[in-house]
Design a protein around this ligand. Sequence first.
Ligand code: ADP
Length: 596
Amino acid sequence: MSVQKYKVLKDVFGHNQFRALQEEGVDTILENRDLLMILPTGGGKSLVYQLPTMIKEGISIVVSPLIALMQDQVSALKAQKISAEMISSAQSKEDVAKIILKAQNGELKFLYLSPERLNNGSTLNILRTLTINFFVIDEAHCISQWGHEFREDYRSLGNLKAYFPNTAVCAFTATSTNHVTDDIIRELRLENPTLLKGKIFRKNIFISAQRRLTNGHAQLQDFLNRHKKESGIIYVSSRKNAEEVSEFLNLKGYSSLPYHAGLPQHVREQNFKIFVNDKVNIMVATIAFGMGIDKSDIRFVVHMSLPKSQENYYQEIGRAGRDGEDSETLLLFNASDIVLQKRFLLDIVDPDYKAHLDAKIESIYKFATSELCFHQQLAEYFDDTLNPCENRCDNCLQSDTLKQDITKEAQMILSAIYKTNQSFGKNYIVDVLRGSKEQKLLANEADKLSVYNIGTHLSKKEWFVILERLLELKVLSIGEFSVLQLQEDAINILKGKTKVQIKSSRLEISVKEKVVKQVDAVEYDENLFQKLRTKRAEIASELEVPAYIVFSDKVLKNLAHEKPRDKISMLKVNGVGEKKFEQFGKEFLSVIKLEN
Ligand code: ADP
C-alpha cells in the first residue's frame, strides 16, 4: 500500500510530495483508525481523506456544513474524473434517488451530505445498504459550543459511532483550541484517535493591523495599490457597508461585487461564481461569505473593522494564499468596533456563554492593538507555540524602530478631560486642545481653560490616534453618550510617574510600501504565465468549472518557470499528474511551445 499511495499522489492529484502531516493522516485512514486533524486552511486537508478513498474499497461519506463547500469539492473531484455526488435540500426527490442508486451500485467514491441529512432516519437506513470505508467530518469545530461556529445539527453526529461501530470517523478542522479539541473527540466519540495538529503559522500570509481613520477608504486604497489585478476579499461589518465599499471601489477603477445575506440567493450565487471565475477581482463581503470559499489564489484579505474573535479572524485571513503563494492581510479597527460587537451580545441569555463571547471580543481587540508578533499571538491563542516571525507581520518588521514618547500629549488630553469634568466626547476634547472657535465651546467658556489651544502642533487625526492609544491602554474609557472618562492609571500619567509610548508607525497616516515578498518565491516568465492564465480561463469556461480547478496559479507559475516541452517533462512539474495531463496537457504544452 505504501508504494501505491505515492503513485496515487502523483497520478491522481499531481503532487510530487506530501505536505507536513498529510502522510501520517493518510496512513491513519488506510489503517482504519479514527483521526482528528487540525491543519490550517490551505494545509491540504482534502487530500488526506481523498487519497485513501482512491485506494480503499467502498464509498466515503463526507459531512460538510455548507452547500457551497460541498459543491466546490464535488466539482473539483469530478474535474479529476473521480465519481462524487452530494445530496442537499436543493435537489429533487428523483435526483436524490438516482444518486442513491449509483451509490448502492458501487459507482460512487464520494458522497457529500449535510449534517441535517445525516441525522434523518431514512438517510441512516440508506447508508446501511452501502459499503462505507470511512466517514469524514469536515469543519469539525462546528460541534463545539465553545468554538466560533457552533451548529446544532453537528451535535448528533456523535450517533454515527453508535450506528456504525466498526467504521472509522475522521474529523478535520483548521481552528481548534485545546478546549475545542476535547469537545470534538468527546462529542464524535472518537476511539483512541490519532491526533495530528499542524503549526498554526501561515508563513505565506503577511499580517498587518492599523487603526482605521474615518471610514478607512483611504487606507484601503493605499493597500489595494499594491494588489492591482489580484483577487481578494474585503470583509465589512454590515450589508450597507458591503454595498458602499464595493461602489467606492468600482468608482475608483477596481472591479468588485458585494456579497451579503440581504441579497437574493440567486444574486449571491451569481456574484460568487463571477468572483471564483476571475471575472471580478474583489469580493466585498459580510461574514455571510464564509466557509465555502475554496478559491486558492486569493492574494489579500482586508477587514474594514474588528472581527468577532481570533478564531473568526484566523479563518477569514486563512482564505488568502491557499496555494502557498505570498499573500497580504490588513486589519483596520478602532475602539468603537468593540462597542458595536458587544451590542450583539445583549440578546444572549446564558450568562456563561455571554461572558465567553465577551472575552473573545476583548481578546481580538487586544490582538489588534498589541505590539507583539501577530503570528505568535495567534499561535498562543490556539495553544501552539511560535517564535516571533521576524518578517511576516507588521509588528515584527517595525519592532526595531524607535517608539515615540507621547506622555506630554497624553497629559494634555487627560487634563482637558479632567478640566471639563469628564462630560464630553472625543471631538470636543480635541477641539479644546486645538483652540476651536465652535459656538458650543465658547458658550461653555472653554477658551478660558489653561488647556485651550495648547495642542495645535498635532492635527485632529493625530489627536484621535493618541486618544485611541489611551483607550487601548485603558487609561480612558468611553461611558454613556460617548463621554470620555479617566481611569486609575490616568493620575500616574498626569503626575509624570508613568510614561506613555506609541509605535512611531501608528502616528503615520499613510501606509508605506512593505517588504512582503518571500525569498523562496519561484522566478517565472510573467508573459508566459499570463498566456497560460488565458488558456486556463478558456478551458474553465468551456467546462463550467472555476479556473483553479483546472490548475492553480502556483502550478501555472511552475509551468512558466520550467517550460516543459513534452509529456515527460510536463509530468515532472509539481502539480501535474497523469489525470490532469490527459485532460489539459496538450493545450498548455502548445501555449508554451508557441511562446518559445
Ligand atoms: P485545506 O482544506 O486544508 O484548506 P486544501 O485541501 O484545499 O486545503 O488544499 C489547499 C491547496 O493545496 C490546494 O490547491 C491543493 O491542491 C494543494 N495541495 C494539497 N496537497 C498538496 C501537496 N502535497 N503538494 C502540493 N500542493 C498540495
